[in-house]
Design a protein around this ligand. Structure first.
Ligand SMILES: *Cc1c(COP(=O)(O)O)cnc(C)c1O
Length: 374
Protein backbone atom coordinates (compact mmCIF):
# COMPACT_ATOMS: atom_id res chain seq x y z
CA UNK A 1 0.00 0.00 0.00
CA UNK A 2 1.42 3.41 -0.94
CA UNK A 3 2.75 5.49 1.94
CA UNK A 4 0.10 8.15 1.39
CA UNK A 5 -3.08 6.04 1.29
CA UNK A 6 -5.39 6.77 4.18
CA UNK A 7 -5.39 4.28 7.04
CA UNK A 8 -8.93 3.51 8.09
CA UNK A 9 -10.15 2.62 11.56
CA UNK A 10 -11.08 -0.80 10.20
CA UNK A 11 -10.37 -2.41 6.82
CA UNK A 12 -12.93 -5.05 5.91
CA UNK A 13 -11.68 -5.35 2.34
CA UNK A 14 -8.26 -6.73 3.27
CA UNK A 15 -9.90 -9.47 5.31
CA UNK A 16 -12.43 -10.33 2.59
CA UNK A 17 -9.64 -10.72 0.02
CA UNK A 18 -7.89 -13.20 2.32
CA UNK A 19 -10.98 -15.47 2.46
CA UNK A 20 -12.71 -14.55 -0.80
CA UNK A 21 -12.89 -18.00 -2.40
CA UNK A 22 -14.31 -19.67 0.67
CA UNK A 23 -16.80 -16.87 1.42
CA UNK A 24 -18.01 -16.66 -2.17
CA UNK A 25 -18.55 -20.43 -2.26
CA UNK A 26 -20.43 -20.36 1.06
CA UNK A 27 -22.73 -17.58 -0.14
CA UNK A 28 -23.38 -19.41 -3.43
CA UNK A 29 -24.23 -22.57 -1.51
CA UNK A 30 -26.93 -20.75 0.50
CA UNK A 31 -28.39 -19.14 -2.61
CA UNK A 32 -28.28 -22.52 -4.38
CA UNK A 33 -30.32 -24.28 -1.70
CA UNK A 34 -32.49 -21.16 -1.00
CA UNK A 35 -32.15 -21.51 2.80
CA UNK A 36 -32.24 -17.74 3.23
CA UNK A 37 -33.75 -17.49 6.73
CA UNK A 38 -32.33 -19.66 9.55
CA UNK A 39 -31.87 -23.11 7.96
CA UNK A 40 -28.91 -25.46 8.22
CA UNK A 41 -26.14 -22.84 8.08
CA UNK A 42 -27.73 -20.89 10.95
CA UNK A 43 -28.22 -24.04 13.05
CA UNK A 44 -24.60 -25.10 12.46
CA UNK A 45 -23.31 -21.62 13.26
CA UNK A 46 -25.33 -21.51 16.48
CA UNK A 47 -23.77 -24.80 17.55
CA UNK A 48 -20.24 -23.74 16.62
CA UNK A 49 -20.55 -20.32 18.23
CA UNK A 50 -21.98 -21.78 21.47
CA UNK A 51 -18.99 -24.14 21.63
CA UNK A 52 -16.65 -21.24 20.93
CA UNK A 53 -18.11 -19.25 23.84
CA UNK A 54 -18.19 -22.26 26.15
CA UNK A 55 -21.96 -22.12 26.63
CA UNK A 56 -24.75 -24.60 26.12
CA UNK A 57 -26.78 -22.54 23.67
CA UNK A 58 -26.54 -19.68 21.19
CA UNK A 59 -29.60 -18.26 19.44
CA UNK A 60 -28.95 -16.34 16.24
CA UNK A 61 -30.97 -13.18 15.65
CA UNK A 62 -31.10 -10.03 13.55
CA UNK A 63 -28.44 -7.91 15.28
CA UNK A 64 -26.77 -7.21 18.62
CA UNK A 65 -29.40 -4.71 19.73
CA UNK A 66 -32.13 -7.32 19.23
CA UNK A 67 -29.95 -9.84 21.08
CA UNK A 68 -29.93 -7.53 24.12
CA UNK A 69 -33.67 -6.92 23.90
CA UNK A 70 -34.46 -10.64 23.47
CA UNK A 71 -32.30 -11.46 26.49
CA UNK A 72 -33.88 -8.73 28.63
CA UNK A 73 -37.43 -9.77 27.72
CA UNK A 74 -36.79 -13.47 28.22
CA UNK A 75 -35.46 -12.71 31.72
CA UNK A 76 -38.63 -10.78 32.54
CA UNK A 77 -36.95 -7.38 32.49
CA UNK A 78 -39.81 -5.12 31.49
CA UNK A 79 -42.09 -2.31 32.65
CA UNK A 80 -41.46 -1.32 36.24
CA UNK A 81 -37.97 -2.76 36.36
CA UNK A 82 -34.53 -1.20 36.23
CA UNK A 83 -31.23 -2.38 34.84
CA UNK A 84 -27.90 -1.15 36.14
CA UNK A 85 -25.39 -0.48 33.39
CA UNK A 86 -22.78 2.07 32.28
CA UNK A 87 -23.17 5.29 30.27
CA UNK A 88 -19.78 4.77 28.60
CA UNK A 89 -21.01 2.38 25.90
CA UNK A 90 -22.83 2.22 22.58
CA UNK A 91 -26.45 3.37 22.94
CA UNK A 92 -27.87 -0.11 22.26
CA UNK A 93 -27.02 -1.41 25.76
CA UNK A 94 -29.54 0.98 27.34
CA UNK A 95 -31.79 1.52 24.33
CA UNK A 96 -32.73 -2.18 24.26
CA UNK A 97 -33.74 -1.94 27.94
CA UNK A 98 -36.04 0.98 27.13
CA UNK A 99 -37.55 -0.97 24.20
CA UNK A 100 -38.22 -3.83 26.64
CA UNK A 101 -39.98 -1.33 28.93
CA UNK A 102 -37.28 -1.07 31.61
CA UNK A 103 -35.37 1.94 32.89
CA UNK A 104 -31.59 2.15 32.64
CA UNK A 105 -29.70 3.26 35.75
CA UNK A 106 -26.14 4.33 35.03
CA UNK A 107 -23.11 3.78 37.24
CA UNK A 108 -19.68 5.23 36.58
CA UNK A 109 -16.74 3.38 35.05
CA UNK A 110 -13.25 2.77 36.40
CA UNK A 111 -10.65 5.34 35.39
CA UNK A 112 -8.09 2.70 34.33
CA UNK A 113 -10.08 0.22 32.20
CA UNK A 114 -13.19 2.36 31.48
CA UNK A 115 -15.28 -0.68 32.44
CA UNK A 116 -18.10 -0.78 35.04
CA UNK A 117 -16.92 0.43 38.46
CA UNK A 118 -18.24 -2.42 40.57
CA UNK A 119 -17.85 -0.40 43.79
CA UNK A 120 -20.71 1.80 42.55
CA UNK A 121 -23.20 -0.99 41.84
CA UNK A 122 -24.59 -1.83 45.26
CA UNK A 123 -25.66 1.77 45.93
CA UNK A 124 -27.60 1.81 42.64
CA UNK A 125 -29.72 -1.24 43.50
CA UNK A 126 -33.39 -0.61 44.33
CA UNK A 127 -36.31 -2.98 44.81
CA UNK A 128 -36.98 -2.56 41.08
CA UNK A 129 -33.50 -3.66 39.95
CA UNK A 130 -33.90 -6.68 37.69
CA UNK A 131 -30.42 -6.99 36.19
CA UNK A 132 -26.87 -5.75 36.09
CA UNK A 133 -25.56 -5.32 32.54
CA UNK A 134 -21.76 -5.09 32.37
CA UNK A 135 -20.33 -4.11 28.98
CA UNK A 136 -17.12 -5.83 27.90
CA UNK A 137 -16.02 -2.65 26.17
CA UNK A 138 -13.16 -2.45 23.64
CA UNK A 139 -12.62 -6.22 23.89
CA UNK A 140 -11.99 -6.87 27.56
CA UNK A 141 -14.31 -8.22 30.22
CA UNK A 142 -15.73 -6.22 33.09
CA UNK A 143 -14.77 -7.40 36.57
CA UNK A 144 -17.31 -10.25 36.61
CA UNK A 145 -16.68 -12.07 39.91
CA UNK A 146 -17.82 -9.23 42.19
CA UNK A 147 -20.71 -8.45 39.80
CA UNK A 148 -21.88 -12.08 39.87
CA UNK A 149 -21.47 -12.12 43.63
CA UNK A 150 -23.64 -9.01 44.14
CA UNK A 151 -26.25 -10.39 41.73
CA UNK A 152 -26.40 -13.73 43.52
CA UNK A 153 -26.71 -12.14 46.96
CA UNK A 154 -29.40 -9.70 45.85
CA UNK A 155 -31.31 -12.12 43.61
CA UNK A 156 -30.87 -10.17 40.39
CA UNK A 157 -29.84 -11.25 36.91
CA UNK A 158 -26.71 -10.54 34.90
CA UNK A 159 -26.74 -9.91 31.14
CA UNK A 160 -23.33 -9.47 29.53
CA UNK A 161 -23.08 -7.02 26.65
CA UNK A 162 -20.39 -8.95 24.78
CA UNK A 163 -20.87 -7.16 21.45
CA UNK A 164 -17.20 -6.11 21.40
CA UNK A 165 -15.67 -9.14 23.09
CA UNK A 166 -15.95 -12.35 21.02
CA UNK A 167 -13.40 -14.75 22.52
CA UNK A 168 -12.28 -12.44 25.34
CA UNK A 169 -11.57 -14.19 28.64
CA UNK A 170 -11.96 -13.36 32.31
CA UNK A 171 -9.94 -15.62 34.65
CA UNK A 172 -10.04 -18.28 31.94
CA UNK A 173 -13.79 -18.02 31.30
CA UNK A 174 -15.06 -16.80 27.95
CA UNK A 175 -17.04 -13.59 27.47
CA UNK A 176 -20.69 -14.55 27.22
CA UNK A 177 -20.44 -17.61 29.46
CA UNK A 178 -20.65 -15.93 32.88
CA UNK A 179 -24.01 -14.16 33.14
CA UNK A 180 -27.54 -15.52 32.83
CA UNK A 181 -27.37 -14.50 29.19
CA UNK A 182 -25.07 -12.55 26.89
CA UNK A 183 -25.63 -10.52 23.75
CA UNK A 184 -23.26 -10.63 20.78
CA UNK A 185 -23.25 -8.45 17.69
CA UNK A 186 -21.90 -9.55 14.32
CA UNK A 187 -22.07 -6.07 12.82
CA UNK A 188 -19.46 -6.07 10.01
CA UNK A 189 -16.86 -4.07 11.97
CA UNK A 190 -17.02 -6.26 15.09
CA UNK A 191 -14.26 -8.81 15.77
CA UNK A 192 -16.52 -11.48 14.29
CA UNK A 193 -18.47 -9.60 11.65
CA UNK A 194 -21.08 -10.72 9.14
CA UNK A 195 -21.64 -9.10 5.73
CA UNK A 196 -24.77 -7.38 6.98
CA UNK A 197 -26.57 -7.24 10.33
CA UNK A 198 -26.56 -10.28 12.63
CA UNK A 199 -26.42 -11.09 16.33
CA UNK A 200 -26.80 -13.87 18.90
CA UNK A 201 -27.79 -14.51 22.50
CA UNK A 202 -25.63 -16.97 24.44
CA UNK A 203 -26.87 -18.76 27.55
CA UNK A 204 -26.37 -21.90 29.60
CA UNK A 205 -30.06 -22.00 30.55
CA UNK A 206 -32.09 -24.37 28.32
CA UNK A 207 -35.41 -22.72 29.28
CA UNK A 208 -34.07 -19.29 28.34
CA UNK A 209 -32.73 -20.72 25.07
CA UNK A 210 -36.17 -22.16 24.23
CA UNK A 211 -37.93 -18.92 25.10
CA UNK A 212 -35.58 -16.74 22.98
CA UNK A 213 -35.71 -19.21 20.07
CA UNK A 214 -39.48 -18.71 19.94
CA UNK A 215 -39.36 -14.96 20.67
CA UNK A 216 -37.11 -14.26 17.67
CA UNK A 217 -39.56 -16.07 15.37
CA UNK A 218 -43.05 -14.72 16.17
CA UNK A 219 -43.38 -16.60 19.46
CA UNK A 220 -43.38 -19.81 17.51
CA UNK A 221 -41.60 -23.16 17.79
CA UNK A 222 -43.48 -24.68 14.86
CA UNK A 223 -45.32 -23.24 11.91
CA UNK A 224 -48.90 -22.02 12.50
CA UNK A 225 -48.45 -22.28 16.27
CA UNK A 226 -47.77 -19.03 18.15
CA UNK A 227 -47.43 -19.23 21.92
CA UNK A 228 -46.95 -15.51 22.52
CA UNK A 229 -46.43 -12.31 20.60
CA UNK A 230 -42.74 -12.47 19.68
CA UNK A 231 -41.05 -10.62 16.85
CA UNK A 232 -39.18 -11.17 13.62
CA UNK A 233 -35.45 -11.21 14.41
CA UNK A 234 -33.96 -14.25 12.72
CA UNK A 235 -30.42 -14.95 11.58
CA UNK A 236 -30.23 -15.08 7.81
CA UNK A 237 -28.62 -18.01 6.06
CA UNK A 238 -26.09 -16.01 4.04
CA UNK A 239 -24.85 -14.23 7.17
CA UNK A 240 -24.58 -17.53 9.04
CA UNK A 241 -22.55 -19.05 6.19
CA UNK A 242 -20.17 -16.07 6.19
CA UNK A 243 -19.85 -16.23 9.98
CA UNK A 244 -18.96 -19.93 9.85
CA UNK A 245 -16.10 -19.23 7.44
CA UNK A 246 -14.86 -16.43 9.69
CA UNK A 247 -15.30 -18.16 13.06
CA UNK A 248 -12.62 -20.72 12.11
CA UNK A 249 -10.15 -17.86 11.76
CA UNK A 250 -11.23 -15.76 14.73
CA UNK A 251 -8.51 -16.92 17.12
CA UNK A 252 -5.79 -16.22 14.57
CA UNK A 253 -7.27 -12.77 13.91
CA UNK A 254 -7.45 -12.10 17.65
CA UNK A 255 -3.75 -12.97 17.93
CA UNK A 256 -3.04 -10.51 15.10
CA UNK A 257 -5.07 -7.81 16.89
CA UNK A 258 -3.15 -8.43 20.12
CA UNK A 259 0.15 -8.26 18.22
CA UNK A 260 -0.91 -4.96 16.60
CA UNK A 261 -1.82 -3.59 20.05
CA UNK A 262 1.56 -4.65 21.41
CA UNK A 263 3.21 -2.90 18.45
CA UNK A 264 1.37 0.34 19.31
CA UNK A 265 2.44 -0.09 22.95
CA UNK A 266 6.07 -0.22 21.85
CA UNK A 267 5.80 2.61 19.32
CA UNK A 268 4.01 4.91 21.81
CA UNK A 269 6.06 3.98 24.87
CA UNK A 270 7.78 7.37 25.11
CA UNK A 271 4.48 9.24 24.88
CA UNK A 272 2.94 7.07 27.60
CA UNK A 273 6.00 7.49 29.83
CA UNK A 274 6.04 11.26 29.34
CA UNK A 275 2.46 11.38 30.66
CA UNK A 276 1.25 13.29 27.57
CA UNK A 277 -1.23 10.56 26.74
CA UNK A 278 -2.50 7.42 28.48
CA UNK A 279 -3.67 4.10 27.18
CA UNK A 280 -6.74 2.33 28.52
CA UNK A 281 -5.32 -0.28 30.89
CA UNK A 282 -5.39 -4.03 30.36
CA UNK A 283 -6.77 -5.83 33.38
CA UNK A 284 -4.49 -8.66 34.58
CA UNK A 285 -7.61 -10.85 34.94
CA UNK A 286 -8.51 -10.58 31.26
CA UNK A 287 -7.44 -11.75 27.87
CA UNK A 288 -8.15 -8.63 25.82
CA UNK A 289 -9.27 -9.23 22.22
CA UNK A 290 -8.68 -5.61 21.13
CA UNK A 291 -11.84 -4.75 19.31
CA UNK A 292 -10.42 -1.25 19.74
CA UNK A 293 -7.08 0.21 20.80
CA UNK A 294 -8.01 3.28 22.83
CA UNK A 295 -5.78 6.03 24.14
CA UNK A 296 -6.68 9.10 26.20
CA UNK A 297 -5.59 12.47 24.91
CA UNK A 298 -6.36 15.73 26.76
CA UNK A 299 -6.81 17.77 23.53
CA UNK A 300 -8.63 14.91 21.81
CA UNK A 301 -10.67 16.89 19.27
CA UNK A 302 -7.67 18.86 18.04
CA UNK A 303 -5.49 15.77 17.78
CA UNK A 304 -8.22 13.82 15.98
CA UNK A 305 -8.58 16.61 13.43
CA UNK A 306 -4.83 16.59 12.73
CA UNK A 307 -4.78 12.80 12.43
CA UNK A 308 -7.66 12.85 9.97
CA UNK A 309 -5.93 15.56 7.94
CA UNK A 310 -2.87 13.28 7.79
CA UNK A 311 -5.02 10.43 6.45
CA UNK A 312 -5.22 8.55 9.74
CA UNK A 313 -8.91 7.77 10.26
CA UNK A 314 -9.00 7.45 14.04
CA UNK A 315 -12.31 7.33 15.91
CA UNK A 316 -14.06 8.04 19.22
CA UNK A 317 -15.80 5.38 21.34
CA UNK A 318 -17.78 7.18 22.62
CA UNK A 319 -17.75 11.00 22.66
CA UNK A 320 -21.19 11.57 24.26
CA UNK A 321 -22.07 9.48 27.34
CA UNK A 322 -25.58 8.02 27.33
CA UNK A 323 -26.91 10.17 30.19
CA UNK A 324 -26.01 13.25 28.10
CA UNK A 325 -27.79 11.98 24.98
CA UNK A 326 -31.10 13.58 24.06
CA UNK A 327 -32.59 10.07 23.90
CA UNK A 328 -32.06 9.71 27.65
CA UNK A 329 -32.78 13.27 28.79
CA UNK A 330 -36.03 11.97 30.33
CA UNK A 331 -33.98 10.05 32.88
CA UNK A 332 -32.96 13.39 34.37
CA UNK A 333 -29.39 12.33 35.16
CA UNK A 334 -27.53 15.65 35.49
CA UNK A 335 -24.22 16.47 33.85
CA UNK A 336 -21.45 15.99 36.38
CA UNK A 337 -23.01 12.94 38.00
CA UNK A 338 -20.71 10.43 36.25
CA UNK A 339 -17.37 12.26 36.41
CA UNK A 340 -15.08 9.44 35.23
CA UNK A 341 -17.37 8.66 32.29
CA UNK A 342 -17.65 12.34 31.31
CA UNK A 343 -13.88 12.89 31.41
CA UNK A 344 -13.26 9.72 29.40
CA UNK A 345 -15.80 10.76 26.76
CA UNK A 346 -13.82 13.96 26.17
CA UNK A 347 -10.45 12.15 25.92
CA UNK A 348 -10.87 8.76 24.24
CA UNK A 349 -9.37 8.24 20.82
CA UNK A 350 -9.37 4.91 18.97
CA UNK A 351 -6.42 4.22 16.69
CA UNK A 352 -6.84 2.17 13.51
CA UNK A 353 -6.75 -1.50 14.44
CA UNK A 354 -7.58 -4.65 12.49
CA UNK A 355 -5.86 -8.01 12.09
CA UNK A 356 -4.27 -7.07 8.76
CA UNK A 357 -2.76 -3.76 9.99
CA UNK A 358 0.88 -3.85 8.91
CA UNK A 359 3.91 -2.79 10.87
CA UNK A 360 4.43 0.03 8.34
CA UNK A 361 0.89 1.28 8.89
CA UNK A 362 1.27 1.18 12.68
CA UNK A 363 4.47 3.23 12.34
CA UNK A 364 2.69 5.81 10.20
CA UNK A 365 -0.10 6.08 12.78
CA UNK A 366 2.40 6.51 15.62
CA UNK A 367 4.39 9.12 13.67
CA UNK A 368 1.26 11.08 12.80
CA UNK A 369 0.17 10.99 16.43
CA UNK A 370 3.55 12.34 17.56
CA UNK A 371 3.31 15.18 15.05
CA UNK A 372 -0.29 15.94 16.05
CA UNK A 373 0.71 16.15 19.71
CA UNK A 374 3.54 18.59 19.04
C1 LIG B 1 -22.29 -3.00 18.35
C2 LIG B 1 -22.77 -2.93 19.74
C3 LIG B 1 -24.10 -3.26 20.09
C4 LIG B 1 -25.21 -3.43 19.08
O1 LIG B 1 -24.98 -4.32 18.07
P1 LIG B 1 -25.72 -4.14 16.64
O2 LIG B 1 -25.45 -5.45 15.99
O3 LIG B 1 -25.09 -2.99 15.95
O4 LIG B 1 -27.17 -3.94 16.91
C5 LIG B 1 -24.43 -3.29 21.43
N1 LIG B 1 -23.53 -3.01 22.39
C6 LIG B 1 -22.26 -2.68 22.10
C7 LIG B 1 -21.31 -2.40 23.21
C8 LIG B 1 -21.84 -2.61 20.76
O5 LIG B 1 -20.57 -2.27 20.49
Amino acid sequence: MPETDPINLVDLKAQYLSIKDEVDAAISRVIGNTAFILGREAAEFEREFAAYCGVGHAVGCGNGTDALELAYEALGIGPGSEIITVAHTFIATAEAAVRAGAKPVFVDVRDDTLLMDVSKVEAAITDRTAAIVPVHLYGQCADMDPILDIARRRGIRVVEDAAQAHGAEYKGRRAGSMGDAAAFSFYPGKNLGAYGDAGAVATNDPALDARIRKARDHGSASKYDHEFAGRNSRLDGIQAAVLRVKLKRLDAWTEARRAAAARYDALLKDLFESGRIRRVAESPDCRHVYHLYVIRVPDRDGVLEKLNAAGIRAGMHYPVPLHMQKAFAWLGVPKGSLPVTEKAAAEVLSLPLYPELTEGQARRVAEALKVALR
